[in-house]
Design a binder for this molecule. Structure first.
Ligand code: RTP
Ligand code: MG
Length: 140
């Protein structure tokens, strides 16, 4: 089924100059770019985006990391793109993410309080609709 997902190149990816490489992998897989915008996140936007993590021990360091520079927000479309992009991204921890994935090939285990793992991808149709509405209110 054709669907849409919200992908973020997090500040570590933008700062390291990996936005183009990550967009290349999304397009090479055959997904269509619907929207791409470089944005500076705000605490309010992150509280909505990371609603499920508010109050967890890694929440404050996560917000600090996500405020450390601009984020590239992307809406991509394609057959099973939600599951497909999570597969391209690899598991959360870049040390154990499989080679061939974005996090496995390019992610580094920074000595920080939170995992800096280059990308975010929505994890369900419900999350995708919610997150697209947060980052691109005009598209929802
Ligand atoms: P994402 O939401 O960014 O696509 O990543 P995910 O589903 O793989 O991971 P999730 O559990 O939703 O966590 C969101 C982000 O929080 C940071 N995190 N750090 N123990 C830690 O240091 C830790 N746990 C989570 C990561 O940046 C993760 O992507
Ligand atoms: Mg998640």
């Amino acid at each position: 089924m054709t669907e849409r997902t919200l992908i973020l190149v997090k500040p570590d990816g933008v700062q390291r100059g990996l936005s183009g490489e990550i967009l290349r992998r999304i397009e090479a897989k055959g997904y269509t770019l619907v929207a791409v915008e470089l944005r500076q996140a705000t605490p309010e936007l992150l509280e909505q985006h990371y609603e499920e993590h508010v109050g967890k021990p890694f929440y404050e360091p996560l917000v600090e990391f996500m405020l450390s520079g601009p984020t590239l927000a992307i809406v991509a479309q394609g057959e099973r793109v939600i599951e497909g992009f999570r597969s391209l991204a690899g598991v959360t921890d870049p040390t154990t993410a499989a080679p061939g994935t974005i996090r496995g090939d390019l992610g580094r285990q920074w000595p920080t309080k939170v995992l800096q793992n280059l990308v975010h991808g929505s994890d369900s149709e419900e999350s995708a609709a919610r997150e697209i509405g947060i980052w691109f209110p005009g598209l929802a």
